[in-house]
Design a protein around this ligand. Structure first.
Ligand SMILES: Cc1cc2nc3c(=O)[nH]c(=O)nc-3n(C[C@H](O)[C@H](O)[C@H](O)COP(=O)(O)O)c2cc1C
Length: 176
């Protein structure tokens, strides 16, 4: 069976090389809005999304993430936009991580659908559990008590994406 959504799901690949040019506001809004339409447990819309295009804050995020990794490179691959996703602590809301992960998934697919590249970037949990991370969350105007779940690097892909690896055998089974 083929349709545009199924095609996009199979074609999306993680992008790790970006053009310097910033994406348009319309493209960014389309991606963020797709995130807000992700299914959430009880329909509570628990996650929070922060798109960062500010150079000073991006530099801070790059440094904080690289510190967690123990490197000095750019874990966001020089993407012009970094999208952070936060959620309630799992002790407060058991579906917090699942909800936020689905928001990230929706946004990756939407990015591909509008011609952007993206890649899920980790380590936001550690970054935003520090005093510096908490101060940044407060600067973003987020409620207290949230955790960082993940981020997307977002921008125009520089180069053609590689093909998907073959799917593992027996990835799914149908029990009738
Ligand atoms: C939970 C999660 C964490 C990830 N963290 C990173 C990361 O920190 N850096 C990175 O370059 N890619 C990261 N990725 C991207 C995966 O490496 C990528 O999805 C995988 O290699 C499959 O490639 P594809 O997305 O092109 O299908 C992450 C993906 C997921 C789902």
């Amino acid at each position: 069976m083929e349709n545009q959504v199924l095609k996009a799901l199979k074609e999306r690949r993680s992008v790790r090389k970006y053009k310097a040019e910033q994406i348009t506001d319309a493209e960014l809004t389309a991606v963020l809005e797709a995130g807000t339409y992700a299914a959430t447990g009880k329909g509570l819309q628990d996650p929070w999304i922060v798109a960062v295009q500010n150079e000073e804050i991006k530099a801070q995020l790059i440094r904080m993430n690289a510190e967690v990794m123990g490197t000095t490179g750019n874990p966001y691959y020089d993407a012009p936009t970094i999208v952070l996703v936060f959620a309630s602590a799992p002790e407060q809301w058991p579906n917090a991580l699942q909800d936020a992960s689905l928001v990230l998934g929706n946004m990756m697919l939407a990015a591909h659908a509008v011609g952007l590249g993206s890649c899920w970037i980790n380590r936001e949990l550690q970054m935003f559990s520090t005093d510096e991370g908490k101060a940044l969350m407060s600067r973003f105007g987020l409620p207290d008590g949230l955790i960082g779940v993940g981020a997307l690097s977002l921008g125009y892909a520089d180069g053609e994406p590689r093909l998907a690896k073959p799917r593992k055998e027996n990835y799914y089974r149908i029990v009738k």
